[in-house]
Ligand binder design. Structure first.
Ligand SMILES: NC(=O)c1ccc[n+]([C@@H]2O[C@H](COP(=O)([O-])OP(=O)(O)OC[C@H]3O[C@@H](n4cnc5c(N)ncnc54)[C@H](OP(=O)(O)O)[C@@H]3O)[C@@H](O)[C@H]2O)c1
Length: 248
């Protein structure tokens, strides 16, 4: 009998994290969540258990407390087979233009903290000789736009970190690094925004794509939805002289 595989979802209070935990549990994995909001994470864990019978462990973790990240990794009783970072904060672009503390928090939450944490898991996976890392980034990192460039720049940094880590791990044995770039997803992060229906997906779709790419087909950089890949390809091709005149 093969041992049951384990996944750790960091940002276990998030809507996409909840859907992803459920997807893995449905596939027979052991699931753990890490979150700073233990009430919501426990509610998600209870829901996954009610629907699948899988007992879900919940760990407390504030990723901005970066001094504690190494200890968090070493204290886990089981090093997971797959680690997924859902960490993110959209923030308020207008506020971030003048409030440096807010801009700093968006940058640290979307870039610094998840990069440091996945980097630590990469070292542990390299020492073991196996593992899969999944970083949920965003299409917002593909090109800086006036309406959300603080978040977008941080996601761009995270995508590049994952790219470099994948490059390093390719020469280091059986450790895989997956970058996930959702477009518009209907979650509490976007609840206050009017999203274009044809381009908007539900968290379950992101979860299914994460599972497929991490555990089945092996694609390492994915856009959630071909349509969004096309949209971003066009946006990236617009010449700068024209792009800077657009209100995007
Ligand atoms: N929704 C979209 O349209 C969309 C599009 C592209 C990419 N994404 C990305 O998808 C991921 C999941 O987002 P979502 O839509 O499901 O929104 P969400 O529910 O707001 O998820 C964000 C998660 O990050 C966690 N987090 C933030 N700072 C943290 C910290 N210091 N320590 C621990 N956890 C922290 C939040 O925890 P708390 O509950 O404690 O705040 C929450 O679990 C994010 O990386 C987001 O950037 C979303």
């Amino acid at each position: 009998m093969t041992a049951q595989k384990t996944v750790l979802v960091i940002g276990g209070s998030s809507d996409i994290g909840h859907a992803t935990a459920l997807r893995y549990a449905q596939a027979g994995w052991q699931v753990a969540l890490a979150a700073r909001d233990l009430t919501t994470a426990q509610r998600n864990a209870d829901d996954v258990k009610a629907r699948t019978g899988v007992e879900v462990l919940v760990h407390e973790l504030d990723v901005l407390q970066t001094d504690g990240l190494a200890e968090f990794v070493t204290r886990l009783t089981t090093l997971p087979d797959t680690v997924i970072s859902m960490i993110g904060e959209l923030g308020d672009q207008k506020r971030a233009e003048t409030d440096l503390a807010h801009a700093t928090q968006i940058m640290r939450t979307n870039f610094e903290a998840p990069s440091l944490l996945l980097g630590l898991f990469a070292n542990a996976f390299q020492a073991r000789g196996s593992g899969t890392l999944v970083g949920v980034s965003s299409v917002a990192g593909d090109r800086g736009r006036g309406s959300n460039y603080v978040y977008g720049a941080a996601k761009a940094g995270f995508s590049q970190f994952l790219s470099g880590l994948r490059n390093r791990m390719a020469l280091a044995g059986n450790v895989r690094v997956i970058t996930v770039k959702p477009g518009f997803v209907r979650t509490r992060m976007t609840a206050h925004l009017k999203l274009p229906a044809p381009l908007t997906v539900m968290p379950e779709r992101v979860a299914a794509d994460i599972y497929r790419s991490a555990e089945e087909n092996g694609r390492e950089v994915i856009y959630v939805g071909r349509r969004f890949w096309l949209v971003m390809t066009i946006i990236c091709l617009i010449p700068e002289a024209l792009f800077k005149r657009l209100k995007l």
